[in-house]
Design a protein around this ligand. Structure first.
Ligand SMILES: [Zn+2]
Length: 318
């Protein structure tokens, strides 16, 4: 099994092997001038693999300058405390709204237990360590993080979560997008083409904001975008038009199920599953229906939950 993917320009993805699944969740590392930044962390269970990948590139834990979180959902942030503890000179860079959750991860853990249950949460995430306040820097719109002679400029990117940021790399013009440019599983690649699917997971999905965040990234004309699920995407322009169309498909489907009721969750799940199957037909994805549902099983459930949270939030506002 391949655990590290090198993309050139000092950029690699380390497979977090999230819940044991390969090529689902990436931890991006950027090495410049013997120094390193880690972008998103997977869970605590991935910390050994990240540090081993850095060591293989000649980078000691002392030379890690940043652990950067695009947002604090635990598949991105669960390993942050562990990496900060083991990289003595690193600071954690996170959106101000994410900071307190890193200082005290108990609320994040409780939210995760509410979605996945106690046992699965412990199995998947292990121990989530807090990060000392003194080692956290806040990232705002236009914040710049310097790594040797390279810079990462931060863009506020709400839509998947209100506290989501993306990073623009000065050296390549590429963007680290976290979950703001959707999911793109390598298992779906066909004839060298990649595909995307939005993630609307709980609890702050906002389709209008997500459309705007996607467009802001595209306006920078990146040749590549790195997504946490999974890795480097070429041809962002083509993928963005699919993404916009699929965000709308999710929102329109959910709005048809606006009325709360006991069957709504099941209907939202069926609705997201239909969007997956429609997209598979449209794009001629080669997986069987069973394999597709297996690849998207968790996302279908999470997208349905996030759409319900969006409908409830929208109803509360009107
Ligand atoms: Zn997320």
């Amino acid at each position: 099994m391949r655990e590290i993917f090198d993309y050139g320009h000092g950029i690699s993805a380390v497979d977090a092997l999230y819940d044991g699944h390969p090529t689902q969740t990436a931890i991006h590392i950027v090495v410049e001038g013997g120094r390193a930044a880690i972008v998103d962390t997977g869970t605590s269970r991935a910390a050994d693999r990240v540090l081993a990948a850095l060591a293989a590139r000649g980078v000691t834990p002392q030379a890690v300058e940043y652990v950067i979180l695009t947002h604090v959902h635990l598949d991105h942030a669960g390993g942050a405390g562990q990496l900060i503890a083991r990289c003595p000179n690193a600071v954690l860079a996170v959106h101000p709204r994410g900071k307190r959750h890193m200082e005290d991860p108990s609320r994040l853990m409780a939210a995760t237990v509410a979605i996945y249950g106690e046992q699965a949460t412990r199995r998947v995430y292990g121990e989530v360590l807090p990060v000392p306040s003194a080692r956290i820097v806040e990232m705002h719109e236009a914040s710049v993080l310097k790594l040797a002679d390279r810079e990462f400029r931060c863009l506020d990117a709400p839509g998947h979560a209100r506290h989501h940021v993306v990073l623009h790399d000065s050296k390549t013009g590429h963007i680290f997008a976290g979950d703001s440019f959707g999911l793109s599983y390598r298992a779906l690649d066909r004839d060298g083409l990649q595909y995307v699917f939005p993630t609307t997971s709980p609890s702050q999905f906002d389709p209008a904001a997500l459309h705007r965040s996607v467009d802001r990234m595209l306006a920078l004309r990146p040749e590549a975008i790195y997504v946490t699920h999974f890795g480097r995407l070429a041809h962002p322009l083509r993928l963005a038009s699919d993404l916009h169309r699929l965000i709308d498909a999710h929102a329109e489907m959910a709005l048809r199920l606006r009325e709360p009721g006991p069957q709504r969750h099941a209907k939202l799940v069926a609705g997201v599953r239909d969007i997956v199957l429609d997209e598979a037909a449209r794009q001629h994805w080669s997986l069987t229906k069973e394999d597709l549902i297996a690849v998207f099983e968790l996302d279908i459930e999470l997208n349905a939950q996030g759409l319900a949270a969006w409908l409830d939030a929208t109803a509360a506002q009107s």
